[in-house]
Ligand binder design. Sequence first.
Ligand code: SF4
Ligand code: SF4
Length: 364
Amino acid sequence: MGIRICGKISPGAIAGGGKHESFFHRLGKRLFAGFADELREEIRQVLQRETQELERSVEAWTWERYQRTEKLVENWTWERYQQTEKLLKDTIDRRLQKLMPLPSLRTLDVHIAEHCNLNCQCCDNFSPIAEEQYTDYDSLARDFARLRELSHGQVGTIYLDGGEPLLHPRIADFVSLTREHFEESDIYVVTNGILLAQMPEAFWEKCASNHAGVLITKYPIHLDMETIEAKAAEHGVVWRFYDESADYKEKTTTFMPLDMHGGHESYQNFVNCYHANYCIYLWEGRIYTCSVAASIRHFNRFFHEDLPDVPENSISIYEAKDMDEILRFLCRPIPLCEYCDIPGRTFDIPWGISKQEKSEWAHV
Ligand code: SF4
Ligand code: SF4
């Protein structure tokens, strides 16, 4: 909006006024004053409208932004909170599981033979470098009797493995022996499957009559599955592959390096080790928290090493006063933990046959 001022009425004269003002000056001044009032009012209204409009749009914009930001923060926080909570829970669960005594022996692995007919690289039982060695029947019968006494027969699942358990000529007797002592346990023979198709009838019969199942580890090797399935079905023996999870295809290799120099933080190794307080082994009257400790003697012998293979790595079932003492022992680091390089473990290496080289089990 523009204001045109007539040349004959100067702004100075209108603004300043004076006693010599003419009639026309006074008239113009009154008219202009009225006009200025009108103009002021109009400007005021425009300004008011625009301010209100601006206020409304600022308010709307701010509210909308506030809501969006709040939602974003809320989503982000909730999502992050859930992720963090899960991570913490998993970590705490995992660590607690390692460090809390189990209520009872949930699983127990029992070696029936130390050696194996497959000899996988990096085998965590050291079977490719183990001497041919079969578990003594009477000795295991004594151990089972003592363990039943301590546990009142409460052992969740018993795995008869090794090495390759089917190499033992008395494997069928071991199945019966296990059932005799542990009436309520789940019992499985864990095998690479190589000998399964040619196992004698007695093996299948003992598995069936003792309600023992067969677990086959799925290596990338040929197995006569047709015969195996037919034999199992004929005798009513339950069998399955060891890991039947949807994403599991065939066994790969895990490199679990030992460090000859030791010095690793035992506690950290223990709580981060998937074997610890989980792969619990019985061997010659002693219970071990992991397969590595239970079989480290094979590594020491074959490579002339001296890693701790000491009584403190295990607990004697004959010296333990009760099951609690055993369960409490199993959830604590052992001397050998210092020699494992847990962060250095490598998973999912393509499976292969052992060349009996030290580098399969240790940093060299
Ligand atoms: S089949 Fe099992 S016990 Fe035998 S060498 Fe392979 S991993 Fe070791
Ligand atoms: S010695 Fe310790 S760290 Fe090594 S495998 Fe056994 S429990 Fe795990």
